[in-house]
Write a protein that binds this ligand. Structure first.
Ligand SMILES: Cc1cc2nc3c(=O)[nH]c(=O)nc-3n(C[C@H](O)[C@H](O)[C@H](O)COP(=O)(O)O)c2cc1C
Length: 397
């Protein structure tokens, strides 16, 4: 079945990521839309991740010869068409059938990295067998050593070209709607959820023709999990609350390839990541889904860059919804930006073509804005293209 069975019918014109979000909301069951479009508790950090980008202004330049622009760059030494990666997002095979495979293929065709979540529906092996470019594997830090070693070994076997260890989710930040909706994969069939799913015909038709409806990296690989369909049960039982940098060093020994540490918001933790021998860090608050009341990632970036200097590549995610946000992140000093919700909106809206559309939108905005700022090469973009409020990164007591 094609991604978009009604593609012969007139389709909405997509010009921005927000168009994809609106379409996504219409086409995917509420439980999964809410899972994406939530932050923890009051959602302050979730909101500010995006709104803080609006506090940075571009410096318009003219007559600077903007011909022949290039957005090509590298991330951890790997060539990318633009320095944007698809962030790991759990349960994407519930947003659209075989969602992780579709997204990985879109990323491959575009020339940007795709990172598969530990909590994906399609397994590592499944994604590997449907793609040719190596993808990256995100790893949650679990208590079970055998499971961890096996996960790294499976990633190696699948030729993943980097591992991403997420260090900010030992406890689950509560997202009220997930609790109220009883989020699970596959979805639990209650009168309310069935009534809602019946209004999502395209989603339902896709789901009926795939067998991939469980956590593909976990079911059959993890022991002692009583309810593998429940994200919250699994997190509470399996995730390691005693995680410390010593334990992260053990993981470094389990994986000898390129390593990225995701979820850094403080300069001291960034320095620890350097000492562990990571190749990059991602300044991230998990898209505002974990510690509500934390700073937005874009505000947290500068002190981290000051602390680590050239010791490690610094990437960022959280709140990026446009090529302009992405360019601001790079101008503030990030080597690359990761997008989470922006690509999931595309996937839920239109399957693989929707992820491609999200990347196209971001690329076009990035390229045009860069030109209007008088720059022709993303690798030469620096803070001079921005007007940054003096107190933007804060002078916190
Ligand atoms: C629905 C959803 C599920 C996520 N699942 C994971 C995950 O499994 N592993 C992980 O490291 N991060 C996960 N994240 C966080 C993303 O990797 C990324 O940090 C975040 O989405 C960036 O913020 P943005 O969505 O505003 O771009 C998830 C984010 C969302 C929205």
């Amino acid at each position: 079945m094609p991604d978009f069975p009604w593609s012969s019918l007139p389709q909405p014109v997509i010009t921005e990521i927000e168009d994809l979000r609106r379409l996504y909301r219409r086409r995917v069951p509420k439980m999964f839309y809410d899972y994406t479009e939530s932050g923890s508790w009051s959602e302050q950090t979730f909101r500010e991740n995006s709104s803080d980008f609006d506090k940075l202004y571009f410096r318009q330049r003219v007559a600077m010869n903007m011909a022949g622009r290039s957005t090509a760059s590298t991330m951890i030494g790997q060539d990318v068409a633009m320095p944007v990666a698809l962030a790991p997002v759990g349960l994407t095979g519930m947003q659209h059938f075989d969602g992780e495979i579709k997204a990985a293929r879109a990323a491959e065709a575009f020339g940007v990295p795709f990172c598969l979540s530990t909590m994906s529906i399609c397994s590592i092996e499944d994604v590997a067998s449907h793609t040719s470019a190596p993808f990256w594997m995100q790893v949650y830090t679990l208590k079970d050593d055998a499971f961890m070693q096996n996960l790294f070994d499976r990633a190696k076997e699948a030729k993943c070209s980097a591992a991403v260890i997420t260090v900010d989710l030992q406890l689950l930040g509560q997202r009220h709607r997930d609790v109220k909706n009883g989020l699970s994969a596959p979805p639990k069939l209650t009168a309310k959820s069935v009534a809602n799913m019946m209004t999502k015909a395209q989603w339902g038709m896709g789901m009926l023709q795939t067998k991939r409806r469980f956590f593909g990296n976990i079911v059959g690989h993890a022991s002692g999990v009583t309810d593998p369909s429940s994200l919250s049960t699994w997190t509470a039982e399996a995730f390691d609350q005693s995680l410390d940098w010593g334990r992260i060093r053990q993981f470094r020994k389990m994986w000898d390839g390129p390593l990225i540490i995701k979820g850094i918001m403080d300069p001291r933790d960034a320095l620890e990541a350097c000492n562990v021998g990571a190749d990059a860090i991602i300044v991230s608050n998990h898209g505002g889904r974990q510690l509500d009341g934390a700073l937005s990632s874009i505000r947290a970036l500068e002190p981290i860059l000051d602390a680590v200097g050239d010791r490690i590549e610094v990437h960022i995610d959280s709140g990026i919804r446009s090529g302009q946000d992405m360019l601001k992140a790079v101008a503030m000093g990030a080597k690359a930006a990761w997008i989470g919700r922006a690509w999931v909106y595309g996937l839920g809206a239109m399957g693989q073509p929707g992820v491609t559309k999200a990347l196209e939108v971001i690329h076009k905005e990035l390229d045009t804005t860069m030109g209007l700022c008088g720059r022709t090469d993303i690798r030469s973009v620096d803070r001079d293209i921005l007007l940054v409020p003096r107190d933007f990164s804060g002078d916190w007591a």
